[in-house]
Design a protein around this ligand. Sequence first.
Ligand code: ADP
Ligand code: MG
Length: 696
Amino acid sequence: MSHITDIFGSLVFDDRVMRERLPKETYKALRKTRENGKSLDIRIANVVASAMKDWAVEKGATHFTHWFQPMTGITAEKHDSFISPLGDGSVILEFSGKELVKGESDASSFPSGGLRATFEARGYTAWDPTAYAFIKDRTLCIPTVFYSYSGDALDKKTPLLRSNEVLNKQALRILRLFGDTTTTRVIATVGAEQEYFMVDKKLYDKRPDLIFCGRTLFGAKPPKSQDMEAHYYGAIKPRISAFMKELDEELWKLGILAKTEHNEAAPAQHELAPIFTSNNIATDHNQLMMEMMKTVAHRHGLECLLHEKPFAGVNGSGKHNNWALSTNEGVNLLEPGDSPIENAQFLLFLVAMIKAVDEHQDALRASVATPGNDHRLGAHEAPPAIISMFLGDELTEILESIESGKSYCQKEKVDMRIGVHVLPRFPRDTTDRNRTSPFAFTGNKFEFRSVGSSASIATPNVVLNTIVAKTLCEFADVLEAADDFTHALNELIVKTIKEHKRIIFNGNNYSEEWVHEAEKRGLLNVKTSVDAFPLFINENNVELYTSFGIYSQAEMHSRYEINLENYVKTLNIEALTMIDMIKKQIVPAVGTYINELCSTVSLKVSALPGVTCELETELAKDLSEHNLALYRKSEEIEKKLSELKELCDMKEKAEYIRDVLIPVMNAARKISDDMESRVASKYWPFPTYSELLFDI
Ligand code: ADP
Ligand code: MG
């Protein structure tokens, strides 16, 4: 255990190190900057930079980089060494405040969605002192935001930081109304549980689809998949266990609180849950975690698959974004608490969540739309494309009695009248864990489960922060103007429950009945990402984001364009990979097997006169037909791709893919999978689902 405390955070320039290494005044000034978002004096930056460099060099670092999160969804870095020539042939190690605070890089290789005019390819990175610098691969990584010459955000972090400010401001207004004069800052805390698959690297290397697309484009279902439910919480296999052990250590060094690890529902699927922290740091940590998973996997001859749906017919992977609100004193505002007054405050935050999610289903849905996630949402697995909220029976009953003004009967059979000022103590619902809900209250936090496993959590958290801030702002407007606070509060809570309870659903989210019920309730059901992308720029969302200064209209449009472009690119690669695999691997392999069958027929006929070769003949004939059909499908995909090229508009392209290309690809896959189950194993050109999922 002491080993863990020794290494934990050893590669992070965190508060502890700063306190230790910075002059008192510098430390105080930096802390103030971090807490209030004030800009930093260059003299202070110089002192911080120098201390940072000394610390990093002691830990073996030779380079530094501004680490940022462009709109590709992964992280980027540009390394520079600390070396500075002295002019006499010798060098010193240097790192100035200017280098710490601001960087310049060629932005032309990152997507800008039209924000960066071609004549101005420069992009700038600026230090975000609210996130800690760390060492990775002998490089001091400085978390930064990334923006264009004209000041437009070119990354995922800037809007997140903006949304944090907005949320803080509105949440403080509410706290003040409840007589809280001491809280100085409210932040959203986030713990992102990461699901992933592990496969043997040697098998992975034999599958072009996994290599190029991160998911299998072909593969017949194995005889046993997750029907047995034996994998979940089952014993972890030794190779995986060794991988997890090393991963934990690497993450601990980076100050990432990796805590629970267990198998997931599907075979070869696992989950890693970190202990929650501020959403800003949680976003960095999640990116680092994904990167480390891949790096450490390679050391163990494994490959980590972060795709939302690596295997058809097998449970997909998500990222459960646990979200709550915390004061600077560490009080969780979504914790039901004990005393009535605390309960009233909790209730107000709770109904704010209900209203926010109901009114902004479109924003939430759009924030998780990616081509990979289309295979989860909208397919027959949890969570569904419909956004709803699980509260559990107990809390739902409490809200119902508040709404109707009736009494609420607690488990102990004590009748109690509900008024905001005399609320019962809330039972904390830990037993009922509805695993099918996209947005579940789990005792003292909400779990947004629709986020895809490979996605950055930045964007979904921008949405959560903003929609909650907007709702709290509306609430504060009403309550600040009220003469009788308690009365107004009561009224507001009842009214909000009445108007937004349709979003609450505690049942089975992937039943057919829910789809109908949700439609009756008027809830959105947006099945594909192509349909979800435009939601982001609808009137509702433009108003929401621009009025709070989260995104400018231009920034919104650029993100919309990038999403469409990414969709088109991804599907293009999948289609090309599919054609390649069909023509170069599947069709020839099946052909060889057919030859084998045919030569068996001629051998049998000459060696064993009178014997029938019904089986071989039938199989060879049938496979020949299928093989031809598959080849034809690959030609059809080619044709669709060239038609796709003719279209100019990105949205049109994406729609064409959704409506025309994907159905042909699905048909091709079906023919291939069907043949796979009839072709002798030794002829099949790539590892099967059984091998990939069970051979670790
Ligand atoms: P489970 O959901 O499996 O019961 P936990 O409740 O312990 O597990 O937590 C799941 C995830 O939620 C963890 O990543 C944890 O850090 C995170 N979490 C717990 N409390 C909060 C909170 N107040 N804010 C944000 N995330 C939280
Ligand atoms: Mg969970």
